[in-house]
Design a protein around this ligand. Structure first.
Ligand code: ADP
Length: 361
């Protein structure tokens, strides 16, 4: 009855999953009556949001993950189809959106140093990519960036700030020539880089005296694959590459974006820097929301130029790209307003249909 996450008949649409964070100590302390504001019905892929004490509204997503869903399952459902299409030469994006503290970084960036089962989407994606390319003939390059107050900072070299975005006027391809790109040797190499990036992100947050994420973090993975020329089909991939010529190089890009907290920071009467930051976060998330609406409504003009976030996503969101969005929520009714706005954002994103095209040189 319901479409599967990767239903081929519907392959261009943005896939949206919702993940509920387990109840934490703060929820337990403050919710005396354990009044959850959501109820999940994973078998129906539905989420019921309580409107008030007597009524609730039900929403359908492509997938609904309860608080016990494993990192492996979340990866396999949300990100693996995107990674597979990136390996076939398409662009792809995986984004996480939600209030601070609801598990965006847990879902995407978890290193799982002591327990590989805890690894998040970034590590699992790179593991799949490295397992499926030929290191001798293909290249995988990563950059790790943070967008803070409309300035792009390199998380692999934090002294590099204000990195400009380059958009190829002919192809519309987005690149960041000023950012460090590291050619990966293996998964271990990636784990080292991610650890450096996370430490720099943490240091930047500490400097801002905050545990909340006021920046968007984006891992950019550029893949160039040599597609072998026409040789007999019954020889191995390695042999094909060695024996064939290389008439085709396929370029594709995977973006994994940990968006800034979706809460409206200005509601508590912030001042000074906090207010400035709130304005920038609101600007980028509002412009992302506008692009999502415009794409969902099939508008001829998508307002990507309004913020750096949407400029960065230009060739990854809409156009020739595959996109999965995971929205993260907490169970507590204390955050009813934020949870509602996160769910509405996810519902709008479900309407976007991307045009999936192959790019070849
Ligand atoms: P965000 O990036 O949205 O601000 P985090 O990923 O930092 O949130 O998560 C906040 C806290 O909740 C962290 O301590 C994290 O380990 C924990 N957490 C989040 N999601 C889960 C989950 N699905 N299972 C267990 N712990 C989680």
């Amino acid at each position: 009855l319901y479409r599967d996450f990767d239903d081929d008949n519907d392959s261009g649409r943005v896939r949206v999953a919702v993940r509920l964070r387990p109840r934490n100590a703060e929820d337990l302390l403050s919710d005396a009556d354990f009044a959850d504001c959501v109820e999940l019905q994973p078998e129906l892929k539905r989420l019921k949001l309580r409107k008030n004490s007597w009524s609730s509204e039900s929403y359908r997503f492509d997938e609904v993950f309860t608080e016990t869903a494993s990192q492996k399952r979340v990866y396999e459902v949300v990100a693996k189809p995107v990674v597979e299409s990136v390996l076939s030469g398409y662009n792809g994006t995986v984004m996480a959106y939600g209030q601070t503290g609801t598990g965006k970084t847990f879902t995407l960036g978890r290193l799982g140093k002591n327990d590989a089962s805890e690894r998040g989407i970034m590590v699992r994606a790179l593991e799949d990519i490295m397992d499926n390319i030929s290191i001798a003939f293909d290249t995988v390059e990563v950059s790790y960036l943070q967008l803070y107050m409309e300035s792009i900072q390199d998380l692999l070299a934090p002294e590099k700030t204000n990195i400009p975005i380059n958009e190829d006027p002919k192809t519309g391809e987005v690149s960041l020539p000023g950012a460090i790109t590291v050619k990966l040797r293996d998964l271990h190499h990636f784990l080292e880089l991610l650890q450096i990036g996370e430490a720099n992100r943490h240091a930047a947050n500490t400097k801002l005296n905050t545990e909340s994420s006021r920046s968007h973090a984006s891992l950019m993975v550029n893949i160039r694959r040599s597609v072998p020329g026409k040789v007999e089909d019954d020889i191995s991939y390695q042999d094909k590459i060695t024996k064939g010529n290389f008439p085709i190089v396929r370029k594709s890009k995977l973006l994994i974006v940990d968006l800034a907290g979706s809460e409206r920071l200005d509601k508590s009467g912030s001042e000074g820097l906090l207010l400035e930051e709130a304005k920038f976060i609101n600007l980028s998330l509002t412009s992302l929301g506008k692009c999502i609406n415009a794409l969902a409504e099939n508008c001829p003009h998508i307002p990507t130029r309004d913020s750096k976030l949407t400029r960065l996503l230009r060739d990854s969101f809409g156009g020739c790209a595959r996109t999965s969005l995971i929205i993260t929520i907490g169970p507590s009714s204390r955050h009813h307003a934020e949870t509602t706005s996160t769910i509405m954002f996810g519902q709008r994103a479900m309407k976007i249909v991307n045009v999936v095209k192959l790019k070849e040189e």
